[in-house]
Structure formats: structure tokens, C-alpha cells
Design a protein around this ligand. Structure first.
Ligand code: AMP
Length: 435
């Protein structure tokens, strides 16, 4: 027999999701869902409103905003060319899409600030390891259109509240101010001349950064550079009077709310759109090796709007929470999603006549908001009762051949095995009386 082209070329398919990307299911799915519900509830309380943007954006939104010399742009972005020739990117973060939406929908004409929350997967071609994926989930919230320092404080406070409600303790905030266009130029010149003096000691990756984006050298992972950074000039000493005032106010708000912070002069964050305040929320000893683990990070980005095409600057501040790291932490409270109701009743059916009528009875119970559980594919009383006992559900409804004929059902108290026969048209009333 002649082999078809398909069979002759067939090779073993790799039945696995792409590296660094995974299916969310079972308990992990509910953990994510419960976290998002809690985060939304708190964000809404503080005045943030929802928005959802596409997962794909024009690549330029990110290249113009996040900037050259950053790992995201240089190494980590998933890009594609469409059949129509457009260059798109899977979003590596939520901030640039958010400000793109703000400009596109003329939100500058609405009362300011516009406060938005945003969640969903982001994609970075990073090296997968524990707590680091290529598709991961962020919960992001931002205040757009106000330069007031209290907005920085609200963003930080909302984030801390969400993390604490999720069970985090031992949190600390690393915070810094990297200035605005008035003062950053002088600082970067000073920094550049400092690194130039140490150029022979700098690893090649940091020499390259010196050419493109010297601020990035401050958060270098290279041991030699970390040593050099200890004596590097710090941005706070170069702040102009208005940035100094702004930063001082942010710190006062934190102190007033009893939020502990560390001034971290080498915190610049990986993305180059930041101005003034930058911060990271850290869990002390959160990483596997006992080192600190970043749970969330953000800052002010007053010039990003103009970088991606707005005619005016839009002062803005926001933060992204890394949800994967939270739900996999040992302290995570396993917030239960609202759709998961603990059923008090297990529905048992016996015989074909009863099975036939079962779905209608279950629908009546659903409409009356009475949560049940069932295994309609099972036939025997023994196997169904065994499941009810295993799940420790307090009551069973037994709907057998006789009951199906006289439109009744047996209600069995699983704790003492006592039973009542109840007419179907009285069942809802009866069940509502049960404790
Ligand atoms: P970033 O947008 O890089 O500031 O990240 C914000 C937060 O997202 C971090 O504090 C982490 O909690 C989380 N995060 C960043 N990169 C990853 C990753 N590759 N996998 C999982 N979580 C991440």
C-alpha cells in the first residue's frame, strides 16, 4: 500500500506547552481566581476602574516607551509580523498598553486622574526558573493624569493592602527617586563620568549599557559592577527642588500610614520610562535561597505618553504585582473564588426514570441558589453514597425509581442517617430550613 505524504513524514509530536508557559488548572486556577477577585475588590475600593487591552500591541508602543538598553526590548519580547506586514508584540508588561489606551480614547478629557486596574498574562522570553516564567500574570493599577505625590502613595498603599490580604507579611518597600528632565541630565552626566573612571573594571555588558543607558548599570547583576556601584553617585543628591519636594511628600505619606521603607539608591528599575519615584515591594527571604524576592514593582512615568505619541505629557504612576509568585508562596491564604460554594447537599439518582428527571431538578435547585454536588454518570447507590461521605457533605438527596414515580425525594441527614421523604414541589422550602 502506498504511504500517504502525511504518514511517511510523521514525527513524534511534543505534547507539551511551550517552555516557561503552563496550563492553569485545578487548585492553582482557583488560587489565581481568588487572588484576582480580592485584588479587584481592593482596587475598586481605592477608586480604580477596570480596563482590558489586547494581548498584542504594535511593537513600537514598547520599543519607544520601554527603551533601548533594557532587557525586555533587547532580549525578551515576543514579536511577530502579520500577514498584512504589521509588526506586533505580545505585551511584556501592562503600562505601555494602558497609556496607549488613555491617549487613544481621549481620557485626558475626563476628570483627572483616571485610575485604572488591569490584569492578565504578560510574555517575556526570560530564562525559566522557579518564580520566573515566560508567560506570567500581573495585576497592575495606575493613576493617569496627576503628578500629585498622594497618587504615588495611594498606589503603594493599595498594593500593600492587596498583598497583606493575600497573606503576605515581612514586606518591605525599596524606594528611590530618579528625578525628572530638570535634574536627571546632570545626574546621568555625573554617573557616566564615574563609570568612565572605572571602565577598565566594568564587565562588557555594563560597558555596553554605559553607551546606551547608564542608569541600568545601577541594577546590574554582575558582581564586579555591584562593587563599583557601592560608591556611585546617587540620584537623590541631584534632585531639583520640585523633585525633592515631591519625593519628601511621598515618604511623609508612607510614614503617616506606618509603611516601612528603605531608601535604595541603586533602585532604577529595568524599564527606562520611569521618572521621579520608583519602588519595589519585597518579601524578605522570599526566594528559595533565602534572598529577597520582588513581589511587585512600579513607579512614576510622567513622560511615557509623549514617548509613544501624545502631544502632551501625562503624569502617571502605577505598579505591577507578580501574581504567580504570590499564589505559589507558602504564606498565600488560598483566597477562595466566589464561584466556589461549599455544597451542603449531594444529589443521588437511581434508575433510568430518575436519571431522566434529574437535570430538571438540579436546574430548579440552581435557580434557587442551592449549591449541590452530584455524579450523574454513576448508577449505584453505594458508589454515590461513598462519594458523599468522602466529601463530608452533610445532606444527600436520594431520587430513586419510587420517588421519580410519585414526584418526591428522600432527604438524608448524613450525620445520623435519618431520612425524610419530601414532595418535589415542597423541596425548596424544606431545604431552605436546613441548617
Ligand atoms: P516588572 O514588570 O519586571 O517590574 O515585574 C513586576 C513583578 O512581576 C515582579 O515584582 C515579579 O513579582 C513579577 N515578575 C517579573 N518577571 C517575572 C517572570 N518572568 N515570571 C514571574 N513573575 C515575574
Amino acid at each position: 500500500m502506498k504511504k500517504t505524504a502525511h504518514t511517511s513524514k510523521s514525527k513524534t509530536l511534543s505534547v507539551s506547552s511551550p517552555k516557561g508557559m503552563r496550563d492553569l488548572m485545578n487548585e492553582e486556577y482557583y488560587s489565581f481566581q481568588g487572588f484576582f477577585e480580592k485584588a479587584q475588590e481592593i482596587a475598586v475600593y481605592y477608586g480604580f476602574k477596570p480596563i482590558e487591552t489586547p494581548m498584542l500591541e504594535n511593537e513600537e508602543i514598547f520599543t519607544l516607551g520601554i527603551g533601548e538598553g533594557t532587557d525586555i526590548i533587547e532580549k525578551e519580547m515576543y514579536t511577530l509580523k502579520t500577514k498584512g506586514g504589521d509588526r506586533l508584540a505580545l505585551r511584556p508588561e501592562h503600562t505601555a498598553p494602558l497609556i496607549r489606551a488613555y491617549i487613544q480614547h481621549g481620557m485626558q478629557n475626563m476628570p483627572q486622574p483616571v485610575m485604572l486596574y488591569h490584569s492578565g498574562p504578560v510574555f517575556r522570553h526570560d530564562k525559566p526558573q522557579r518564580g520566573r516564567y515566560r508567560q506570567f500574570w500581573q495585576f497592575d493599577f495606575d493613576s493617569l493624569g496627576s503628578e500629585k505625590s498622594i497618587m504615588d502613595a495611594i498606589v503603594i498603599k493599595t498594593c500593600i493592602s492587596i498583598l497583606e490580604e493575600a497573606g503576605a507579611n515581612n514586606l518591605s518597600i525599596d524606594i528611590n527617586s530618579i528625578g525628572d528632565k530638570e535634574c536627571r541630565g546632570a545626574y546621568i552626566r555625573e554617573l557616566t563620568s564615574y563609570y568612565k573612571k572605572h571602565i577598565s573594571e566594568l564587565p562588557s555588558v555594563d560597558r555596553e549599557r554605559l553607551r546606551i543607558n547608564p542608569l541600568r548599570i545601577l541594577d546590574s547583576k554582575e558582581e564586579k559592577t555591584k562593587e563599583i556601584n557601592k560608591n556611585a553617585p546617587d540620584s537623590v543628591s541631584f534632585l531639583c527642588p520640585s523633585c525633592k519636594k515631591h519625593f519628601k511628600e511621598v515618604l511623609e505619606y508612607l510614614e503617616e500610614m506606618n509603611i516601612q521603607y528603605n531608601l535604595n539608591k541603586s533602585l532604577v528599575r529595568g524599564l527606562s520610562y520611569y521618572t521621579r519615584t520608583v519602588f519595589e515591594i519585597i518579601e524578605q527571604a522570599g526566594a528559595e535561597d533565602g534572598s529577597p524576592l520582588a513581589l511587585a514593582g512600579g513607579g512614576r512615568y510622567d513622560y511615557l505618553a509623549r514617548q509613544i505619541g501624545s502631544k502632551k505629557d501625562v503624569p502617571a504612576v502605577g505598579i505591577s504585582i507578580g501574581v504567580d509568585r504570590i499564589v505559589s508562596s507558602s504564606w498565600y491564604k488560598k483566597l477562595a473564588p466566589r464561584i466556589l460554594k461549599k455544597p451542603k447537599i449531594y444529589f443521588i439518582q437511581l434508575g433510568s426514570e430518575a436519571k431522566l428527571k434529574s437535570l430538571n431538578i438540579i436546574e430548579t435547585l440552581r435557580k434557587a441558589h442551592i449549591p449541590i454536588t452530584q455524579s450523574l454518570s454513576k448508577d449505584s447507590l453505594g458508589s454515590q453514597l461513598a462519594i458523599a461521605e468522602k466529601l463530608a457533605i452533610p445532606y444527600s438527596l436520594i431520587f430513586g425509581v419510587k420517588e421519580a414515580l410519585d414526584n418526591s425525594v428522600i432527604v438524608r441527614d448524613m450525620s445520623n442517617r435519618s431520612q425524610d421523604t419530601v414532595k418535589l414541589n415542597k423541596l425548596l422550602e424544606y431545604l431552605k430550613e436546613l441548617k
